[in-house]
Write a protein of this length. Structure first.
Length: 919
RNA sequence: GGGCGAUUAGCUCAGGGGUAGAGCGCCACGUUGACAUCGUGGAGGUCGGUGGUUCGAAACCACCAUCGCCCACCA
């Protein structure tokens, strides 16, 4: 083995072999465990969020596989309608052509090409992460099977009246030319203006002043509304105003929606371009006048001065016109929510179009009930509140998109415009008796990407066929995902799963946080703060990192700033940390629900941890070369052996328990603590006392070797779900030495729990206390570690004496002692530096070693601490109500504590007086 | 406007009614035969603020402050 851990030397070969040997397939058995992967965009690349999520899932999957569950990690990718279409369109534009020039069929071919070309990338990156998905079952949302499931669901919903088509106001993206669901619209505060326009009241010389943020829509106004109780305008309700510019008479209506306090208390009503106005229009039976083209330009039906103008130019022109007419009352600055498409960033228009909708309420009801009843559990629990809030107020889902890439809506129209929904054209013809003479054309629209995603847990398992996989693995065990897609995806899977697969899609939903940069900022290309998981694994030099972050920016002028920040933060570039260190970092940061600041210090620490494991293994392997697991070997009954076994079992139990509650941070912490601070710091050192002892019997040595090998082998198993590569690499060597056959650690099951060993643990605590006492003196007195010291003990109890006889050799080695001498209580201790363990006094003679002043200083510090502790304790004990009301046991503990502190103080004081006399 | 979360050591974060924890960083000493990606020792916090509940609060409750996120139609 190399002297230093080299991740690149070990990682890839193991993955290749695991995959080749089919180790990620369900292994059978009665107890299924299944996770469906949140399907990444098929043409996307792995980012930190994926890497984090995949680490969590892979850890859970590997853990359950080792525990003997029939384990499936269902993999697949998503066609990501808008996102993918946009990427390909951009490529076409760069090549000087366009989607429209190509035409639908050729364009879709292009997208398939792009998918073929780039679709493997995300999978290769998953492999680098060590993700043990079942590659043989990989699916794609546009596969024939999944597409059939989509059509099936659509048709069934339609037949039940849960899908309908209608002309309504939708969120229209004038850049992408498609409808969007409410979820795809993000509203942000932006500063704008509130314009006050005067509308002349017909038949009077009065004006009504309306306030608006959207002057250009006045062309489509069909009413002015006031509050019914607003005394100012009560007399005018029922009259009409003459709409300026277009010279149209529109009514003044009264509606509760109007807030009399806001603006002037008069609202212009444009039912075709505002969601609220739409509803008011419905209530008052107002006409709807569309004034915008799909590009959000003013239509040709409008007055010539404005026709063809972009909406923002039209806005200026309208305001100017009002000004000219003397009808602009005033202009105020105003901050408002501007709705923008989440993909295009374009300001979205409420726009009147024909779209397909899912009637969602009947689906939502059982989905709410499923979470309320606990059939689905959110982890952490508080996310269920977010879920409920949304579900209780859920709106019908607009599922049609005016895109070309996606599942085409299975609806056909005849020449008269009648619509027929069916699984395919032939089915439609058969069902409705439409002969070949009837021309049918299929709906041009495709479905929202999330429609197919909503079927993912059952469509990937073969639905609508009653496949064995569906029977075994549905409902799946847990969904691991981010809070940002609870509405987009989680809620819809629950609704559709209950409706079509007959049960909840998963039992638990584990919601993890977002990976942010070291300053808590969201990682984004435009901020130039993105970390690529693969760069953390393989390392990257500074120049390449800078190049990566500054090329292809939407706002190239930010490049210098990004470069500067990058050079400052990574002056040496990024070192190679390896997949295992990255995974362990993610695991250790995976506290429930909280966002994560990714800290390079952490990953470096866990890389070092890998190195520690590596070298501990080198030690174990080199000291057990003669060990033969197949030969008869005594069980190791030494205190060190018993202790490390008990600690091992404790650790196994903790890790399993914490994984069971998705606390990967606590699980990984337990492993780290055990491996480094118990196994390496103590056990390996203790084992040397036996292994390097010429007087130790071969049997004793063999027993120690056995413990070394078995403990390490067990540790590797527990480590494997977190660090699959290094655990496999080392296991290849250690497994056989432990007498285990099997080609891979993947063949080995999760280790059994064991029993605690209070006696061995108590003895070890004693031993450690004595060692630490001497080390502390050594450390604070600056005595070289190599210098062997004499040790004096006083006030030794019988049990101290027994332990001393038993563990003398260990003690001498661990504390590097040259001698141990037990003095009578009455004996005079020579000038010493001292430490205490209960009543037992540990002394290191000062002659030539220890500075009296320094020791006085050291003891004084300890004295102060003990005195402070005593004061605190006594404060409690002198408080009558504490003694009276606190549980007896607590009072007893406190009393004992006071006594101990007093004892310590007495001893230190007497020692101090001895030392002071010396001076 | 509603909701959720955060505030603990210099940094990143655990914890949780009974004497404050980890990793990293820092200081000192050290190349002892697994490991300097290391070892040993040490320093460092009145747990955001104010009240309340309690024998006891960093933890529970209320309010406040700061930061973050989500939802919502105020023109």
């Amino acid at each position: 083995m190399d002297k230093t851990y080299q991740p690149h030397a070990i990682e890839n070969k193991h993955y290749e072999r695991w995959e080749r040997e089919g180790r990620f397939k369900p292994q059978g058995g009665t107890d299924p465990f299944c996770i469906v992967i949140p399907p990444p965009n098929v043409t996307g690349t792995l980012h930190m969020g994926h890497a984090f999520q995949d680490t969590i899932m892979d850890t859970l999957i590997r853990f359950h596989r080792m525990r003997g569950n029939n384990t499936l990690w269902q993999h697949g990718t998503d066609h990501a309608g808008i996102a993918t279409q946009m990427v390909v369109e951009r490529q076409l534009n760069a090549a000087g052509t366009s989607r429209r020039e190509l035409g639908r069929e050729a364009f879709v071919d292009k997208v398939w090409e792009w998918k073929a070309q780039s679709g493997g990338r995300i999978n290769d990156q998953l492999r680098r992460m060590g993700a043990s998905v079942d590659w043989s079952r990989e699916r794609f949302t546009m596969d024939e099977g999944l597409s059939a499931a989509v059509r099936e669901v659509f048709v069934r919903l339609y037949e039940e009246g849960l899908i309908y088509r209608g002309k309504r106001l939708v969120n229209w993206d004038p850049v992408l030319h498609t409808a969007l669901s409410d979820l795809e619209v993000l509203s942000e505060d932006e500063s704008g203006h509130l314009w006050h326009f005067r509308y002349p009241v017909e038949g009077t010389d009065q004006h009504l002043v309306v306030a608006t943020t959207r002057p250009e829509t006045m062309l489509g106004d069909t009413a002015v509304a006031v509050h019914p109780d607003d005394a100012r305008y009560a007399a005018l309700v029922g009259k009409q105003v003459r709409l300026p510019i277009v010279d149209r008479l529109i009514p003044i209506v009264a509606d509760d929606y109007v807030d009399p306090e806001f603006g002037t208390g008069c609202v212009k009503i444009t039912p075709a371009h505002d969601f609220n106005d739409y509803e008011i229009g419905q209530r008052h039976d107002l006409p709807m006048i569309n004034v915008l083209t799909p590009d959000a330009k003013i239509t040709d039906d409008m007055p010539k001065a404005f026709a063809g103008l972009d909406r923002f130019d039209a806005r200026k022109a309208i305001v100017a016109q009002f000004d000219t007419l003397g009808l602009l009352d005033k202009t105020e600055p105003h901050s408002l929510k501007v709705p923008r498409g989440d993909r295009s960033g374009a300001v979205v228009e409420p726009y009147l179009t024909d779209q397909w909708y899912v009637r969602i309420e009947p689906l939502a009801k059982p989905a709410i009930e499923a979470v309320e009843s606990g059939r689905i559990r959110f982890v952490p629990e508080n996310w269920s509140k977010t879920y409920f809030d949304w579900m209780y107020n859920i709106q019908d889902w607009c599922i049609s998109r005016q895109l070309w890439w996606g599942h085409r809506i299975p609806a056909w129209y005849d020449e008269a415009g009648s619509v027929y929904v069916g699984r395919d054209e032939q089915a439609v013809r058969d069902t409705h008796g439409l002969g070949p003479e009837v021309t049918l054309h299929q709906d041009e629209d495709v479905l929202d990407t999330w429609f197919s995603s909503a079927l993912w847990p059952f469509s990937t398992l073969g639905w609508p066929d009653a496949t064995p996989e569906l029977k075994v693995f549905y409902p799946t065990s847990v969904l691991v995902t981010g809070f940002d897609i609870i509405f987009f995806w989680v809620a819809r899977m629950i609704m559709f799963g209950l409706k079509f697969a007959g049960d909840v899609p998963f039992r638990e939903v584990y919601i993890h946080g977002l990976i942010r940069d070291q300053d808590g900022q969201k990682m984004s290309k435009s901020k130039g703060n993105v970390l690529d998981p693969l760069d953390l694994i393989d390392g990257i030099d500074l120049q390449s990192l800078v190049d990566k972050r500054t090329t292809g920016l939407m706002q190239p002028h930010l490049a210098p700033r990004i470069e500067k920040a990058t050079r400052r933060q990574f002056p040496e570039g990024i070192a190679e940390f390896g997949t295992d260190a990255l995974r362990f970092t993610f695991a250790s940061l995976a506290t429930t629900g909280r966002d994560i600041r990714f800290d390079l210090g952490r990953i470096e620490g866990y890389r070092n941890f890998c190195n520690k494991l590596w070298n501990a293994s080198r030690f174990v392997l080199s000291t057990t070369e003669q060990y033969d697991a197949t030969a008869h070997c005594e069980h190791d009954e030494s205190v060190a052996g018993r202790w490390i076994r008990a600690r091992t079992h404790q650790m196994i139990t903790t890790v399993a328990r914490q994984l069971g509650r998705y606390r990967l941070d606590l699980a990984s912490q337990a492993i780290y603590e055990f491996a480094w601070h118990e196994f390496c710091d103590w056990y390996l050192e203790l084992s040397k006392a036996t292994l390097y002892d010429d007087d130790a019997s071969d049997a004793t040595k063999r027993a120690t070797q056995r413990t070394l090998v078995e403990t390490l082998e067990t540790l590797l198993r527990v480590l494997h779900p977190f660090m699959p590569f290094i655990s496999e690499e080392i296991w290849q060597r250690v497994g056989p030495r432990a007498g285990l056959s099997g080609a891979s650690i993947c063949d080995i099951s999760w280790p059994e729990d064991g029993n605690p060993d209070p006696q061995a643990e108590a003895d070890m605590t004693w031993l450690q206390a004595l060692v630490l006492g001497v080390r502390q003196i050594r450390g604070e007195m600056d005595i070289a570690p190599g210098k062997a010291l004499p040790m004096l003990l006083q006030h030794a109890s019988d049990s101290d004496r027994t332990r001393l006889t038993r563990y003398q050799r260990l003690l001498m080695r661990m504390a590097n002692l040259e001698s141990i001498e037990v003095l009578d209580a009455a004996a005079d201790l020579p000038p010493c530096a001292t430490a205490l363990h209960g009543e037992l006094k540990i002394g290191v003679p000062m002659a030539g070693l220890i500075d009296v002043d320094k020791e006085i200083e050291r003891l004084t510090k300890q004295l102060k601490k003990s005195q402070a502790d005593l004061a605190k304790t006594q404060g409690k004990l002198t408080n009558a109500s504490f003694v009276e009301r606190a549980p007896a046991q607590v009072v007893e503990t406190e009393k004992a504590r006071a006594q101990e502190h007093q004892q310590t103080i007495d001893q230190i004081q007497s020692q101090l007086s001895v030392l002071t006399e010396l001076n």
